[in-house]
Design a protein around this ligand. Sequence first.
Ligand code: PXP
Length: 238
Amino acid sequence: MARLSVNIDHIATLRQARRVKEPEPIAAALLAELAGAEGITVHLRKDRRHIQERDLEILRATIKTKLNLEMGTNEEIVKIALRVRPDLATLVPEKEEEITTEGGLDFSRNDSRLKEVISLLHDRKIMVSLFIDPTSSNIKKAHRYNSDTVEIHTGHYAETKNELEIATELEKIAGAAALARKLGLGVNAGHGLDYQNVKKVCLIEEIQEFSIGHSIIARACLVGIKEAVAEMLKLIGG
Ligand code: PXP
């Protein structure tokens, strides 16, 4: 059965809208854990639009499940990661103008820096995941780069409405997940998953963990975090 890591960035987005103390992302993380989430994910962005360094530090000191830090390879962020030591660092491409992460890593663009950051994280005994689009060449590269885990980008699958294209996207994800497992990599998946589209993707047994944020926090605004997390857990069988 797959684990669920709840991305709580949007709780911080709401707090930063007023730059006040509430809502408190740490409280959301603890409630998500109480509801059965097996991990908490945050993205510390260079522009600090939601999660702040202080959030990361308090989460590190308080949550009992796994802390997954999504991060770019920017020097300042890497330094913070090396100091705070999340359980998992998920390396993602980060663009200032994007609303959310737009796609998987482009290996041809930041090749040497990516390798360097992976090795720095490993030196501090931090497990590394690479956020990639579901292609066999990306999986092989992640393996070659010594990544421990891959996070398969499900954004294209989530955006697709046409049944035939949905089946094609699912096939890509399943193929990538199977290859990753065969190579000994951990397999996570996420982006754009909600209470409807998660049903098909969670039939792919090779996926060990889902990282889900927007849909859970959106539902939590209406029904509360504990219920929103519990409902998602029921769907993914966690
Ligand atoms: N995985 C990665 C790498 C992401 O960047 C995000 C968005 O922060 C997610 C998963 C969660 O996506 P969503 O908020 O659409 O569930």
